[in-house]
Design a protein around this ligand. Structure first.
Ligand code: SAH
Length: 246
């Protein structure tokens, strides 16, 4: 086979197919083989009936990219799938790094997807209408001191803060510390939205406050959105006003 392969790094969105872009669907259809973490492959398995699939467990990111590159070097069209947007705490950056290091000239194209912050925001109402930041509380690859520094900066700047990777079995303290840091700059009654499994089966939505947020279930399937000083809640919706006079 002398045709050159290609790698699409596909953000499949938060889960259900309605939230996947047409371009993501087309890339998957054009691919000979789909590579990804088993949980994400399972979310789209009915699209993969005639496809070769290489699924793997968690924390195998580099291996998955190397595998995708090998298939592309054999001339295959490969979709490397990630949840949400593949360029937001996803696989896109790692794939470029692996491909450039290999000097293999395989083309890598990133297909954007709906990231968890957008999916969770839509389910809550309109909490990220004004300046917001995303901060991942995972300190597996990032020093915790840097994460703390960014939480302080976000608090100081009165940003809406979207927290990714808020808590897992092995990381229970981070969300508590993050809340304490934000409380140095934000009031206890700051509105907080907690969305678990946004835009996929089993979605749950809670609107609470910075004071009370730890009373609710937060895990690795959850995105937490902490409002700014103008964010309010009405009729079970969380709204950050842009500033229009009504
Ligand atoms: N690339 C992904 C993010 C991967 S980091 C994206 O763009 O969405 C993993 C974290 O994303 C999870 O711990 C959780 O905080 C968040 N997340 C991903 N999918 C989610 C969903 N459907 N609902 C709520 N949070 C989600």
């Amino acid at each position: 086979m002398n045709k050159t392969g290609k790698i699409y790094v596909v953000g499949i969105g938060p889960g259900s197919k309605e939230h996947m872009t047409f371009e993501a669907k087309t890339a998957i259809e054009k691919s000979d083989i789909i590579v990804g973490y088993k949980t994400y492959i399972d979310l789209i398995k009915d699209m993969l009936e005639d496809k070769e699939v290489a699924s793997s467990g968690m924390k195998k990111e580099i291996e998955r990219c190397t595998e995708a590159l090998e298939y592309a070097k054999q001339g295959k069209t490969v979709s490397l799938v990630s949840s949400g947007d593949s360029g937001v705490y996803g696989m896109a950056g790692i794939m470029f790094e692996v491909a450039f290091k290999d000097e293999s000239h395989v083309e890598v194209e990133v297909i954007p997807g709906v990231t968890a912050a957008n999916a969770a925001a839509a389910s809550l109402g309109a909490p990220i209408m004004h300046d917001y930041v995303t901060i991942s509380l995972s300190d597996l690859l990032t020093d915790w001191s840097l994460i703390e520094k960014r939480l302080h900066c976000a608090g100081k700047g009165d940003f809406v803060v979207c927290l990714y990777n808020p808590k897992s079995k092995g990381r229970q303290q981070q969300i508590q510390i993050a809340r304490e840091i934000l409380l140095k700059y934000k009031n206890e009654d700051t509105v907080v939205g907690i969305v678990r499994n946004a835009k996929r089966a089993g979605e749950s939505i809670v609107i609470t406050t910075l004071g009370d947020m730890l009373k609710y279930e937060i895990d690795m399937f959850t995105t937490v959105i902490v409002g700014n000083s103008n964010t309010y809640s009405v009729k079970e919706k969380m709204i950050t006003p842009r500033g229009y006079e009504l």
